[in-house]
Write a protein that binds this ligand. Structure first.
Ligand code: ZN
Ligand code: ZN
Length: 232
């Protein structure tokens, strides 16, 4: 008889956890039970350039007028209850187990893309913020997504060279001004298709700033992949 224990099955056996929303056993290593996961508010049809929900296909009017530097952007969930709670737990409360859940959801989306990226890169944190938080939530997502999909990931390609204030509560124009020259490309990416990974997309100014420097450095294509999108 052949016993086929996958790493995931072994984890399930070793680490039964309770659901972060309803407290029921998840019967897996993931921090949400299946019924709660199925009820997460998914973003259905959305603009391919900025992930804003819309009924038509293609790009929204705003992206048609001024095409963003990202070639395509995918957001999986709406940033509303209970997703905002889960993301905040993940980002500010060291609940790193949520990166497994979110990256599994991202991996399903990645499977459906027409063009598979060459490399996954996280939105970088400035070194001082990385020191105070202890981890970069975007890197946690990118590296788990890399494990699931087999697409290489790197946190060395794009670095944040300017410390920017937290973007929360700022208008789009203020965000753009803050992010000017905040990022630098440190490796040769000529001709590559890169996928920027992040937890939350608010106005899209961070993705735009990074995609813009990636394109200037020779990237052939830039995709954005985020867990949740704020819909204003
Ligand atoms: Zn549950
Ligand atoms: Zn759009």
């Amino acid at each position: 008889m052949v016993y086929n224990f996958s790493a995931a099955k072994l984890l399930n056996t070793l680490l039964p956890v309770s659901c972060g929303l309803c407290n029921a056993s998840t019967n897996s290593h993931l921090p949400l039970c299946l019924p709660c996961r199925d009820e997460l508010p998914a973003i259905g049809n959305a603009c391919r350039s900025c992930a804003m929900p819309m009924t038509a296909t293609g790009s929204c009017g705003s992206c048609q007028r001024k095409h963003p530097s990202c070639d395509d952007v995918h957001a999986l969930l709406l940033y509303q209850e209970p997703v905002n709670f889960l993301v905040q737990q993940f980002k500010f409360n060291r609940k790193l187990e949520y990166s497994r859940l979110f990256s599994e959801i991202m991996a399903e989306k990645m499977d459906s893309l027409d063009q598979r990226p060459d490399v996954l890169i996280p939105v970088p944190l400035h070194s001082s913020r990385l020191r105070s938080r202890g981890y970069n939530q975007a890197w946690e997502l990118a590296r788990h997504l890399s494990t699931i999909t087999g697409i290489p990931s790197s946190h060395k390609i794009c670095q944040r060279i300017k410390k920017t204030p937290l973007q929360t509560g700022l208008k789009a124009s203020e965000r753009r001004r803050n992010l000017k020259q905040a990022f630098a490309i440190k490796q040769d990416i000529n001709g590559l298709h890169l996928c920027i990974v992040d937890d939350v997309m608010t106005t899209g100014s961070t993705l735009e700033a990074i995609a813009s420097v990636l394109k200037s450095a020779g990237a052939a294509r830039v995709t954005g992949m985020v867990v949740a999108r704020v819909v204003l």
